[in-house]
Design a protein around this ligand. Structure first.
Ligand code: PLP
Length: 388
């Protein structure tokens, strides 16, 4: 039985896994203590649950539990990493290297820092969405303190060459921060093998709850230090004060545990469904996939269609299929996506683009329905032009 609308906007957020909700519920009512209350059992129980979750989160990315700082979102983690590094390493330098296709949480934080005296290099990307590694290395100067390149793009799913980037950063003694919000839980992310020094991600992109995120901060080889951006009671080892969101953190831990166990199966399944959807839609004349098709997340496809306005198309499909034309942050404005424009797409092409984001609960029946509904809209205009 199909339940409408079919949800294909899993890059914006994911439905929470019922097993995650089940794990969280006792922490709203029975175990409601403040994890920082050290004088009674309700506090100890809450603290124990937080520490278990910290282990679950750390295990998914091959970190140590004490390298995980809980935050409210990946947006906050991005802000904390960038602003925290800028302040902490001010004596060493003021230059950051990042990329034009980063998430707004990174770009706007960098713009903010530029007003405070940071020098920011925004690298372009090639047509396939990947950065040029030589250009990256040539941009490093003595004042460079951070390279910030996302793991996977939220609009195209394109995976940057993280290990090559970290090797360059290491060679030059520069820290490497990766926003891995779209990657963690979808593909294996290993902060040791990937050579990442700081990494942002959040629970609601991996079938966990909204309102909880994490920042990984490496503690050895090298030991990374950041300046707190929220001061107060000294929670999270003084890096991020504020009473911990215990149910949210418990849910984040459970979501990470489920991803660790089920990610391989989930990814195989979503990739098969994504490829089926993409291959069927590519039969339409003028349809194209945006971004590198090999170095890509298994659950995402960004496609554009000739002579189609994506906003109209989504309007036609509303109630049937929930999807977006790009990131949730910019789709409300109906502006052409800056990410797609950075890949060299013109306004018209960018405005004809749709982002399909599949998830753990996407079924083949839903994909078949999506193909047939989209074909109704897309085929009449190009019925005589179907690629043979
Ligand atoms: N970074 C990337 C790459 C994202 O895709 C998102 C969410 O869309 C964020 C950061 C922000 O995440 P959050 O919603 O947890 O603040």
């Amino acid at each position: 039985m199909l339940h409408l609308p079919i949800y294909l906007d899993n890059n914006a957020t994911t439905p929470m896994d019922p097993r995650v909700l089940e794990a969280m519920i006792p922490f709203f009512t029975k175990y409601f203590g403040n994890a920082a209350s050290s004088s009674h059992s309700l506090g100890w129980e809450a603290e124990e649950a937080v520490e278990k979750a910290r282990e679950q989160v750390a295990e998914l990315i091959n970190a140590e539990p004490n390298e995980i700082v809980f935050t409210s979102s990946a947006t906050e983690s991005d802000n904390l990493a960038l602003k925290g590094i800028f302040e902490m390493y001010a004596a060493k330098g003021n230059h950051f290297i990042t990329v034009k296709t980063e998430h707004k949480a990174v770009l706007d934080s960098c713009e903010h820092l530029a007003k405070l005296g940071a020098e920011i290099t925004f690298l372009p990307v090639k047509k396939d969405g990947l950065i040029d590694l030589t250009q990256l290395e040539n941009s490093i100067k003595p004042s460079t303190i951070l390279i910030c390149v996302m793991y996977a793009n939220n609009e195209t799913g394109v995976l940057q060459p993280t290990r090559d980037i970290s090797a360059i950063a290491k060679k030059h003694g520069v820290l490497f921060f990766s926003d891995a919000t779209q990657a963690v839980g979808k593909i294996p992310v290993d902060v040791i093998l990937d050579g990442i020094d700081l990494m942002a991600f959040s629970a609601h992109k991996m079938h966990g709850p909204k309102g909880v995120g994490a920042l990984y901060v490496r503690r050895k080889n090298p030991r990374v230090r950041i300046t707190a951006q929220i001061d107060g009671g000294g929670h999270e080892r003084g890096i991020r004060s504020g009473t911990l969101n215990v149910p949210g953190i418990v849910g984040f831990g459970k979501a990470c545990e489920l991803c660790r166990i089920e990610m391989q199966n989930d990814s195989q399944k979503t990739q098969i469904l994504r490829d089926k959807l993409e291959n069927e839609l590519l039969k339409i004349k003028g349809a194209q996939v945006n971004g590198n098709r090999q170095q890509r997340l298994p659950n995402v496809s960004n496609m554009s269609f000739k002579n189609i306005n994506a906003a109209d198309l989504m309007g036609n499909l509303s109630g049937k299929i929930a999807l977006s034309s790009g990131s949730a942050c910019t789709s409300a404005t109906h502006q052409p996506s800056f990410v797609l424009k950075a890949l060299g797409l013109g306004d018209e092409r960018a405005l004809s683009s749709l982002r399909f984001g599949l998830g753990r609960f996407t079924t083949e029946e839903e994909i078949d329905y999506t193909i047939s509904e989209l074909a109704k809209f897309l085929m009449p205009k190009s019925a005589n032009e179907v690629n043979k």
